[in-house]
Design a protein around this ligand. Structure first.
Ligand code: DX5
Ligand code: ZN
Length: 219
């Protein structure tokens, strides 16, 4: 599960296939799909139909980040669309253990996403059940926002918790990631990285991807 996931939110949807093939050829580890409902976040993106289309374009793992209310109602649709990992937010899911169990019942990876202003103590009870935690480093809703630097301390604390308890849980960071900050994010303890605008809005997308991958793998 470790590695770089490109968020197609910032891709050109009129040529999604070539956009995905490009980053695939540059060596990304998976595709991050941002699902927004205009309720939980102030933006609407796309649904399971588009995820299913992306699944036909690539064999890379699909990392589906649900920023929607009533997640339980839609999880099956995203599994059928080809999701390999699904994350749901802590802020709008009251029965998180039930939701995480539902995701896992489909034999795919389950994650919980946490907003910049939500304290990590809210994760303590659910952490042993997770394949990954998704730490938001921007307020969810839009691509191309600035990385919030207090995220680094959160990553360090969660990494410590995972280590102390010997949990088998990855840490994914999402929002404002680029070649200039990814190394610091990795050193704080993250091992899954989402990048949208820094790749899809770059003039040379292959070069931008390679540069980020180089930073992930550097000492
Ligand atoms: C924000 C999304 C992110 C976003 C990342 O709500 O969850 O995945 O698309 O894009 P960048 O890298 O542009 O911040
Ligand atoms: Zn996301």
């Amino acid at each position: 599960m470790k590695g770089l996931y490109t968020s197609v939110l910032s891709a050109d949807f009129s040529k999604l296939e070539s956009e995905i093939k490009l980053v695939e050829s540059a060596g990304v580890n998976g595709i991050h799909c941002d699902i927004m409902d205009g309720h939980f976040v102030p933006n609407i993106s796309y649904g399971a139909m588009v995820v299913s289309a992306i699944n036909k374009i690539t064999d890379l793992p699909l990392d589906v980040h649900l920023m929607i209310d009533n997640c339980d109602l839609f999880i099956k649709d995203f599994v059928n669309a080809g999701a390999d990992y699904i994350s749901v937010h802590i802020e709008n899911n009251i029965h998180l253990h039930r939701t995480v169990s539902l995701i896992k019942s489909y034999n795919i990876k389950a994650g919980v996403a946490i907003n910049p202003s939500t304290p990590i103590t809210h994760l303590i009870e659910i952490l042993p059940f997770l394949d990954f935690v998704l730490i938001m480093s921007v307020n969810p809703g839009f691509g191309g926002q600035k990385f919030i630097s207090t995220t680094l301390e959160k990553i360090k604390c969660i990494r410590k918790l995972i280590k102390q308890n010997k949990y088998n849980c990855h840490i994914e960071v999402d929002g404002g990631i680029d070649a200039s900050n990814i190394k610091t994010v990795r050193k704080a303890g993250a091992d899954m990285f989402v990048a949208g605008a820094s790749i899809y809005r770059a003039e040379d997308k292959i070069k931008a991807t390679e540069l980020i991958l180089k930073e992930i793998n550097s000492k």
